[in-house]
Design a protein around this ligand. Structure first.
Ligand SMILES: [Zn+2]
Length: 235
């Protein structure tokens, strides 16, 4: 586990990375990371470019904050998600454009592409609308997430979850790409959705997706020593 200071720096780096990758605009997004005794969250109203590690706000699991800086106005859903989902340690929120377009149409992302399974399910749901910063938005977000790792927020944006900043960022990038794909298929008159059995196969395979050998069932593949060739690998 990284030190508290290192996590604070990683949160700022991930905020900047979201904007550089066109996954957020301005300082609309916010990030939280679970730490011992509570969580760290981006502060309210400070531009990512000038944000310093000491301005990241520490909160406890009673919803109280410490220090001189006020937490993001969206702290309620970060708090409620981290409380309700012990399987995740990171919450990302952004206004990624294509996710927001679907959210403004109150559309779920259906199984239009197999990568919808990065959410851990066959659909990425869009929540009902509730005003930003409210408990009602937190309730709506938790309902749309269910057991999954991503949801859209009605007329607002997107939330993605992960065990690490990197994995939650990966789900955000993929969800924005899926939103773009889905919008494109609707512009062409509608794509062909994958069936429930087809998605079940993908979801099963995703249990090992992006994992390393100590995390997966060893029966899936066998590791062998590389052949004793002198030069490049044969094709
Ligand atoms: Zn927002």
């Amino acid at each position: 586990m990284s030190s508290d200071t290192a996590i604070r720096s990683e949160i700022i780096a991930t905020c900047l990375r979201m904007n550089d990758a066109n996954l957020n605009v301005g300082s609309a997004g916010n990030i939280s990371v679970r730490v011992r005794g509570g969580f760290l969250i981006t502060p309210s109203g400070i531009a990512y470019e000038t944000m310093r590690p000491e301005q990241i706000v520490a909160m406890d699991m009673e919803g109280r904050y410490y220090g001189d800086f006020i937490p993001s106005s969206e702290w309620r859903f970060h708090y409620d998600i981290l409380k309700a989902r012990p399987d995740v340690d990171v919450v990302l929120h952004s206004h990624a454009t294509h996710c927001a377009i679907l959210a403004c149409c109150r559309l779920d992302i259906p199984p239009i592409h197999y990568m919808v399974a990065v959410s851990g399910g066959s659909v990425i749901k869009c929540s009902d609308y509730a005003p930003f910063g409210t408990q009602a938005l937190s309730v709506a977000a938790l309902e749309a997430l269910g057991p999954r790792m991503a949801c859209l927020l009605g007329n607002h944006g997107v939330i993605t979850l992960g065990k690490t900043l990197n994995s939650a960022f990966g789900v955000l990038a993929e969800t924005e790409n899926l939103a773009r794909i889905y919008i494109g298929t609707r512009m062409l008159g509608g794509g062909v959705l994958l069936t429930a059995p087809e998605m079940d196969v993908v979801l099963q395979r995703f249990k090992t997706y992006g994992k390393q050998k100590d995390e997966i069932d060893p029966s899936i593949t066998e590791r062998v020593e590389p052949p004793a060739y002198g030069g490049a690998c044969p094709r």
